[in-house]
Design a protein around this ligand. Structure first.
Ligand code: FMN
Length: 215
C-alpha cells in the first residue's frame, strides 16, 4: 500500500500546507508503518513551464512526426500518471495564490491530462481517497467580504472529484497571514483556531486512511 504526496507551496520554512500535510502523513504512517510514501514537490521541483503545451501539441501530431521534445513531454506526463496511479491514496497540499491555484499545480494537472489515462471521459482515480490540504492567507467563510474569492479549492475539487472520480476530503487552514500582518492582528485567535481544526481533521483523515490501507 502506498501514499502519493504532492506539495506545491513555494515556501519550505513556515508553510502551513506542508505542516498540515505532515500531520496527515504522520497519522497515516503511524497506522501503517510499512506503507511506502512517494513524494513530489512542485514548489522546489516544478514541472517545466512548456511541458504542457509541448505534450498537448504532440497529441495533434502523428507519432512518426513528433519531435524529441514532444516525446519527452509525453514521457513526463506518463511518469506523473504512473506516480499517482501507483498509489492507493493521495495527499495534495495547495496554498491559495492570487485567489487561484498555484501555477505549478495547474501545470501538473494540465500535463497529467495529456496522458491518455487522464484524458477527458476517463475517471482514473475512481473511488480513490484524496486528501486535499488547502492553506489560505485570508478568510473566505460564508458572509465574509471575500466569500467566493477562493477560486482554487472549488477548481481542485472539480478536477479531483468530478473529473477524475476521487473521493476527496478537504482540510483547510485559513487566515494564515494573520500572524505576520499587523492589520489582521484581531484575527489571530480565529487563525489559531482554524489551524488547530485543520490539524485535527488532518489527524483524523490520516488515521482513517492508514488503518484502511493496513487492513
Ligand atoms: C505570491 C502569493 C500570493 C498569495 N495570494 C493570496 C491570495 O490571493 N489570497 C490569500 O488569501 N492568500 C494569499 N497568499 C497567502 C497564502 O495563501 C498563505 O500564506 C498560505 O499559508 C500559503 O501556503 P503555505 O503556508 O503552505 O506556504 C499569497 C501568498 C503568496 C506568497
Amino acid at each position: 500500500m502506498s501514499l502519493f504526496r504532492l506539495d506545491s507551496s513555494i515556501r519550505g520554512q513556515g508553510s502551513v500546507s506542508r505542516e498540515v500535510a505532515d500531520t496527515v502523513q504522520r497519522a497515516y504512517t503511524e497506522q501503517h508503518p510499512h506503507a511506502t510514501v512517494v513524494r513530489r514537490d512542485l514548489g522546489t521541483d516544478p514541472v517545466p513551464a512548456d511541458a504542457w503545451s509541448t505534450a498537448a501539441l504532440a497529441g495533434f501530431t502523428p507519432e512518426d512526426r513528433r519531435s524529441d521534445a514532444q516525446w519527452a513531454a509525453r514521457a513526463l506526463a506518463a511518469e506523473l500518471a504512473d506516480e499517482i496511479l501507483g498509489a492507493d491514496a493521495a495527499l495534495i497540499a495547495a496554498p491559495l495564490y492570487n485567489f487561484g491555484v498555484p501555477h505549478h499545480l495547474k501545470a501538473w494537472i494540465d500535463l497529467l491530462i495529456t496522458d491518455p489515462r487522464f484524458a477527458p471521459g476517463n475517471t482514473p482515480l475512481a473511488g480513490r481517497p484524496v486528501t486535499l490540504v488547502v492553506a489560505r492567507g485570508g478568510g473566505y467563510g460564508a458572509g465574509t467580504p471575500r466569500e467566493g474569492w477562493d477560486h482554487a479549492t472549488p477548481y481542485l475539487v472539480r478536477i479531483l472529484a468530478d473529473v477524475w472520480g476521487a473521493d476527496v476530503t478537504v482540510v483547510a487552514a485559513e487566515l494564515t497571514l494573520a500572524d505576520v500582518t499587523p492589520a489582521m492582528e484581531g484575527l489571530r485567535p480565529a487563525a489559531a483556531e482554524s489551524k488547530a481544526r485543520a490539524h485535527e481533521l488532518a489527524e483524523e483523515t490520516g488515521k482513517a486512511l492508514g488503518s484502511r490501507a493496513a487492513a
